[in-house]
Design a protein around this ligand. Structure first.
Ligand code: AMP
Ligand code: MG
Length: 391
């Protein structure tokens, strides 16, 4: 029986359990998912701070000649209080001296004899960043469930959070299958093809910021398939297998996984491509089998495996399906399944990528999204709205 895509996805998400948390140094935290909220231990700015190089003075004295008391560099305490017709030269980032309410910018100041200055204009902004105007001690700055990007590393550094609690990454193994496969370094013989899935799946996992181990090509026999699946199960939480999941004479993956104690939560999804996708668990580990055609395995990774892995790593990720205008006509004869069509988003319009079916991996080079064509829809007209998911 084929499950609807949403049902299959829901089953996978419900099955996904994270295997706990660990502490990482913030310098190694990129792409990890926070298992704690991050709070500030300081005010930002931590003092009234000059936003400019200039002179700190009292706004009411701007029309007058001002006596320069001292020079305050960033990182130094002012030693003088600014009184009537006085100022202190100040650098960007330095602490504003007591009683000054304005920093006039250096470009608008004339330097006179005898350690005096004259402001050339009438009015000035304060040019002061005030104590705690950005953040107060105890403010929550980043939510649990956030995937750490460079901007979050800046915040971790700013609040002195040198170790952060993150969710553990799953250990992932990738297996290709097929007697016809040769590794990319070889030129394929007349009945052979290069193994692209192994490396494509590895790269897709890596794009999520997670390491994975490529195990190799399982040949189309029980022994070899068992042997590679054993290797994978010896360490991995999740194994991803491409090919040999269908109902052909040499599709040994379901048999071997069943032998190894895996229950299948589904084996068949009503999508095109990706119909024979398989998902199972032995209670401790998960196995996902995707059809061997390169576009099938690529797209099923995007549509099912990526949300599953994101759930495993605690990432509160919502996919953003965009509603855009189709800039071509679309027709199909068979509308029994939800179909994922490679498309190119350009502005608020979507064009179809030249695509000859699920073996045509080169069609994905130009595509940056898939259009979701619902079951029962045979035709979409140019100008109609469609849902697309960026890939
Ligand atoms: P299968 O799902 O094993 O029946 O394979 C379906 C199609 O995908 C066949 O044409 C295979 O040759 C091709 N295929 C299977 N595995 C790979 C792979 N790792 N890389 C590229 N093509 C593959
Ligand atoms: Mg095969």
């Amino acid at each position: 029986m084929l499950l609807e895509y949403n049902v299959a996805l829901q089953i996978m998400l419900e099955s996904a359990k994270n295997s706990g948390t660990e502490k990482v140094c913030f310098t190694k935290s990129l792409n990890r998912v926070l298992a704690e909220d991050i709070y500030s231990d300081i005010n930002m700015p931590p003092f009234d701070k000059s936003a400019m190089d200039g002179y700190a003075c009292r706004h009411q004295d701007l029309d007058n000649e001002l006596e320069v008391l001292e020079i305050i560099g960033a990182g130094y305490e002012p030693t003088k209080i600014v009184g009537k017709n006085q100022c202190s030269k100040i650098m960007t980032g330095a602490k504003v001296p007591k009683d000054a309410d304005t920093v006039v910018v250096i470009e608008d100041v004339e330097e006179l004899e005898n350690n005096r200055i004259k402001y050339r204009l009438k009015k000035s902004k304060s040019n002061i960043c005030y104590l705690a105007e950005d953040v107060k001690v105890g403010d929550k700055l980043i939510n649990e469930g956030t995937k750490i990007e460079a901007k979050h590393v800046a915040v971790l550094a700013s609040v002195g959070k040198t170790e952060a609690e993150v969710y553990k990454n799953p250990r992932i193994a990738i297996i290709s299958t097929g007697d016809e496969l040769v590794e990319p370094i070889r030129k394929p013989g007349s009945s052979q093809i290069r193994n692209s899935n192994g490396y494509q799946l590895l790269a897709q996992v890596n794009e999520l910021g997670i390491d994975a181990k490529y195990i190799g090509i399982a040949r189309d026999n029980i022994n070899d398939t068992t042997s590679l699946i054993n290797d994978a199960l010896s360490f991995a939480d999740l194994i991803i297998v491409s090919g040999a999941v269908s109902v052909g004479d040499f599709d040994f993956v379901p048999t071997v996984l069943a032998d190894k104690g895996f229950d299948f939560l589904f084996h068949g999804v009503a999508t095109k491509p990706g119909k024979r996708t398989l998902f199972g668990t032995n209670g401790k580990q998960w196995a996902i089998g995707v059809p061997g055609n390169p576009v099938s395995s690529f797209i099923q990774f995007q549509m099912l495996i990526k949300p599953f892995i994101n759930k495993l790593i605690g990432y509160h990720q919502i996919f953003d399906d965009l509603k855009l205008e189709l800039d071509d006509d679309f027709k199909r004869k068979n509308s029994k399944r939800l179909s994922f069509e490679p498309v190119i988003i350009s502005g608020n319009k979507v064009k179809r990528a030249k695509y000859n079916g699920s073996a045509n991996i080169t069609a994905l080079v130009d595509a940056n999204a898939v259009m979701l064509v619902p079951k029962g829809i045979n035709e979409i007209k140019k100008g109609d709205s469609v849902y697309v998911r960026p890939i």
